[in-house]
Design a protein around this ligand. Structure first.
Ligand code: PRP
Ligand code: ZN
Ligand code: MG
Length: 223
């Protein structure tokens, strides 16, 4: 652990699809929190474990730099970081958490011009997951241009920025609202517990193991 602290830190999405269920899981694992005034930091009252509420995309970086020992994040976010970071140390997936299931999918406008995966050749695809998309395109031998957008990817086709998008789909409501539909699934994802790639001292490693066991226990109690 960081030499300056003797408490574990777990990073959780501040506001988004995984936020509520992530905190629920930690509560069911037995953690009792006190919220800070800015509500970005939850102090663990009954265990030496604090929760940081952050943007989900920042979670892999916090784990790599060692600011947090654990994180709850979508597998897609972890895998994107691993691919983009090449040989750099990457956070490990400790366990799948059984919620937040979704898919990273390529979606196209409902106008019917793009019918097959092969129609994507030579087109622009907007995404917040450029490394995952590029790897998938390479495996499919499709030569398309990857356009990075960090938010509101679903409006890219209407803006003329891209012909298609590659984004997470859960209920499908976002696609439907933007006159888009799925063409193909790139990967399946769900919330996972991830750990920092930094070496931990024995006391911290034991603390992490205890917390993981509690989280595992809270999960198996799920209906
Ligand atoms: C994803 C995706 C869409 C939405 C799709 O964002 O970018 O905005 O979920 O869900 P739906 O199919 O149920 O409409 P997410 O909340 O995962 O993360 P973000 O805010 O970090 O983009
Ligand atoms: Zn995000
Ligand atoms: Mg989104």
């Amino acid at each position: 652990m960081n030499e300056n602290r003797d408490r574990l830190r777990i990073a959780v999405q501040k506001s988004g699809r995984l936020s509520d269920q992530s905190l629920d899981l930690l509560r069911r694992a037995g953690l009792v929190f006190r919220s800070s005034r800015d509500r970005l930091f939850l102090y663990g009252e009954n265990m030496p474990v604090d929760v940081l509420l952050v943007r989900d995309d920042d979670i892999p970086g916090l784990l790599v730099e060692g600011s947090c020992e654990l994180g709850i994040v979508g597998r897609n976010v972890l895998d994107e970081q691993r691919l983009a970071g090449a040989d750099a140390p990457a956070p490990a997936e400790l366990q799948a958490l059984g919620f937040g299931s979704c898919r990273l999918a390529i979606a196209v406008p409902d106008n019917g011009l793009i019918k097959n995966v092969t129609d994507l050749a030579g087109l622009r695809i907007a995404t917040s997951y450029p490394a995952l998309l590029a790897e998938w395109l390479r495996k499919q031998s499709i030569d398309a241009e990857v356009v990075l957008l960090n938010g509101s990817v679903e409006i890219a086709p209407r803006l003329g920025k891209a012909h298609a998008i590659c984004d997470l789909v859960s209920s499908g409501a976002t696609l439907a609202a933007n006159q888009l539909h799925e063409l193909v699934t790139v990967m399946r994802s769900e919330a996972v517990l991830a750990s920092s790639p930094r070496a931990q001292n024995a006391a911290t490693a034991a603390q992490i193991e205890r917390l993981c066991a509690r989280i595992g226990g809270a999960q198996s109690g799920d209906g």
